[in-house]
Design a protein around this ligand. Sequence first.
Ligand code: COA
Length: 151
Amino acid sequence: MIEEVTTREQLERCWAIRLEVFVEEQKVSEDEEIDAIDLLESTVHFLASRDGVDLGTARIVAEEAGRCHIGRVAVRKLARGTGVGRELMEEAARIAVERYSDSRGNLEIAISAQEHAIPFYELCGYVLVPGERYLDAGIWHRDMVAHFSGQ
Ligand code: COA
């Protein structure tokens, strides 16, 4: 089940997953991981769970009409490879198209992908943007993008 987060309690459950995945597992600093963007009114968080167990999270960051960013995609180790990540990406894209498309119904979703996750995002329909790899929080990333059209 994928829920859109509407309460502080749900947001804290998303943070708990991100602390487990990004801070404990990937050694990102907590200060970098939990940022001011999390609390913006325009940021949409998602919480994935099964049988009452929280398994994954992601967020949409609004940029401008017709463009947004999906990030902080994290699935707990115990649930990886079972489709939770793909479900999160599909639901986030569905909501992003609904809310952030431009007046002609077009939307570009940008991803800053950790290199190991590039095949996952490709399976979700994203393509690499030409350009250099870069370090973010000490982890190599590449930019990826997908285009959606409401027409
Ligand atoms: N490399 C290659 N393929 C991958 C992959 C990887 N690292 N991770 C998932 N896939 C494939 C799956 O095999 C599956 O393919 P299939 O449909 O052909 O069977 C498809 O992608 C969907 O996989 P799914 O089970 O939905 O992915 P997941 O729930 O394991 O989530 C991540 C993928 C990357 C979100 C998860 O591994 C994770 O949270 N990793 C740690 C945090 C992280 O690095 N997040 C990304 C930040 S940019």
